[in-house]
Write a protein that binds this ligand. Structure first.
Ligand code: HEM
Length: 329
């Protein structure tokens, strides 16, 4: 082998190896998102989620509506009612965030449907119709802008710059202002699109909507300011003690051409909604803190009759949720 050919081989190897080495050194997108979330939470809180940290676990049943089985063959959406475990949460990784804090919104609602043989499937929804952004890179940029802004930041600050170019994220922040009256008066949205598969194999792209039977009620700012830090969780416990707290779950069905790959773009309200069934929450978990530590909801725990579509967020979310689960154990 000539000096030239050795040099050429070395150059080729260098070209191949250099990007691999670089990639190995760089953190993955899920890890980078996790790192900023931990920073925004004020550091590590042992044993807790690094976002949606403050929460309460309740249980009950889900009874499917007759229309559900016409669009999906999923087992829990046929005829029989199934047990559910639901975790309500406040936004952010701050463990004791007051429920009326702007950053506690969007609030979270995660639902686990029990299936035969110990299997299960999840819905992980929040209280805003439309997510901040449509992909993981933009989500990292949003979190980084929040972390890079403080009261001394020059204007436009990093978050002002981000919101100035991302109107969907700005809308979530503006809409979070009137605090909710309670969890049982709050509506929740899956935001990411999935696909229902019916008995004949027909495909129906959709997004979940979870609407409270008691109606959506927001507080005016003076009333919101007077609330105790845990007023939403306290009100939920009090309501369940009196009788079932109910929500109707719907699938908002996409029209042909509606974007299914960007959860920040809300589909028009005139889209057909199929009623999937009624959620009845009847009991607060006696040991909610230890139960919620063990529970690991995940938007891609699906079941036969529900599949992923082209929305990039569910899989990215799943990777970051797994890091949060590892973090608390
Ligand atoms: C890039 C986008 C997102 C990222 C990186 C992300 C990340 C996370 C992480 C790390 C957790 C903690 C999970 C655990 O420790 O068990 C979490 C929880 C949660 N997220 Fe997301 N999330 C994203 C988008 C969304 C969206 C679009 C929704 C709803 C529409 C949502 C709703 C929730 C809820 C309700 C919880 C609490 C789950 C529970 O009660 O255990 N997230 N998220």
């Amino acid at each position: 082998m000539s000096v030239h050919s050795i040099a050429r081989s070395a150059a080729i190897i260098a070209v191949i190896v250099a990007p691999l080495t670089l990639q190995a050194q760089e953190k993955s997108l899920p890890q980078q998102i996790a790192d900023v979330m931990i920073t925004l939470a004020g550091g590590v809180h042992p044993g807790l989620r690094f976002t949606h940290t403050k929460g309460l676990v309740v249980t009950g049943t889900f009874a499917p509506a007759p229309s559900a089985k016409t669009i999906t063959r999923a087992a829990h959406l046929q005829d029989a009612a199934v047990p559910v475990t639901v975790r309500f949460s406040d936004g952010t990784g701050v463990p004791n965030i007051p429920d009326n804090n702007d950053n506690a919104s969007p609030h979270g609602m995660a639902i686990r449907f029990a299936l035969a043989g110990g299997a299960y499937t999840d819905i992980v929804a929040n209280s805003h119709n439309g997510f901040f952004v449509g992909n993981g890179t933009d989500f990292l940029a949003l979190l980084t802008a929040i972390a890079g802004t403080n009261e001394k930041s020059a204007h436009p600050s990093p978050i002002e710059q981000f919101l100035g170019t991302h109107p969907a994220a700005l809308k979530v922040i503006i809409d979070s202002k009137p605090a909710a009256k309670s969890f049982q008066n709050l509506d929740f949205y899956g935001n990411n699109a999935f696909i229902f598969v019916d008995a004949a194999g027909g495909k129906h792209p959709f997004r979940y909507q979870i609407i409270p039977v008691a109606g959506v009620v927001k507080l005016d700012s003076a009333t919101a300011a007077k609330q105790k830090p845990d007023y939403m969780f306290d009100a939920l416990k009090a309501a369940i003690a009196k009788g079932p707290v109910k929500y109707t779950i719907y699938a908002q069905l996409a029209n042909p051409g509606d974007p299914t790959n960007d959860g920040s773009i809300v589909w028009p309200a005139d889209r057909k909604r199929a009623e999937l069934g009624t959620l009845s929450l009847t009991k607060v978990a006696a040991n909610s803190d230890s139960v919620q530590k063990m529970l690991a909801f995940n938007p891609i725990i699906l079941t036969n009759g529900i599949t992923l579509g082209d929305d990039p967020l569910p899989q990215l979310r799943s990777a970051v949720y797994a890091l949060s689960v590892a973090h608390r154990h």
